[in-house]
Design a protein around this ligand. Sequence first.
Ligand SMILES: Cc1cc2nc3c(=O)[nH]c(=O)nc-3n(C[C@H](O)[C@H](O)[C@H](O)COP(=O)(O)O)c2cc1C
Length: 311
Amino acid sequence: MNLEVQLAPRHPRGLRLRNPVIAASGTFGYGEEFEGVIDIQRLGAIVCKGTTLKAREGNPQPRLAETPCGLLNSIGLENIGLGRLISEKAPVWAGWKTPVIVNIAGGSLAEYRKLASSLEGVVGVAALELNISCPNVRSGGMEFGMKPDLTARVTAAVRQANSLPLIVKLSPNAGDIVSIARAAVREGADALCLINTLKGMAIDLAKKRRLPGFGSGGLSGPAIKPVALYQVYSVSGAVDVPVIGCGGIECGRDALEFLAAGAAAVEVGTASFTNPRATIDILDGLEKHMAENDVRDVGELTGVARAWNIV
Ligand SMILES: Cc1cc2nc3c(=O)[nH]c(=O)nc-3n(C[C@H](O)[C@H](O)[C@H](O)COP(=O)(O)O)c2cc1C
């Protein structure tokens, strides 16, 4: 049984993962936080918290609000900053079997370029994930993921500044995600990840306030799964690079649905909050399904739904 996936087939070194289960950015810290809880060395990959040039404290509390089947967050990219990531985290990751992908978030084109060039040649960093889809910051963030020309410019800038495999993480808030996806691929994305959170808001009538504290937030969890599935289906049918599916994946069956829709791998986010073992449970579920159904290679599962319900 082969669970290996190649997420950057067009890249000279490629990005080969032992299996397609990846911990999503912002929900798995820097990986170390989960070391005593699960065997992180079994994971396909880990994406670290969105990293900015300077350390950020993030937005004021409350930064989380639960909604039916979902979670609203307005963390605002709290992170240790690029310098500490390079000096403290990368040397630890260098000793791991599981590759670590660094999620980068800039406030401007120049910041994205600087983040990418500073990560060139850093041992312990396997790939970059370009976050152009964070709804919880006032400048940059999601803005670059809203229009194909901006997506093209930021992807090209990062591609030029860094030779690692490049994943571009897209926003479901864009009107036409297929055009955005095509722009990223044209400018050198080796793979795409979708989706980031959907912009949303809750209201606390008793306290007379909007939630989360930022006034709006990003919705994640099972509530967004149908949106994510459809966008993965649409984009994977329109581009010729691997698509990583993300959004509400909680169990092996959810992951299988994303593979069927066209994903080559999956990222697991919010589920790790309710079940810290979620990533491993999902991997076990995939393996069980493959064994029971005589699936020899996980790649056979990708895109099978494309041929279903054609009338
Ligand atoms: C608390 C929280 C923090 C997040 N931080 C980031 C981040 O720093 N960078 C990023 O690209 N995505 C971030 N995300 C988005 C997730 O990686 C993921 O794309 C999204 O939550 C949808 O997947 P899920 O429903 O499995 O959580 C964050 C999500 C949550 C819930």
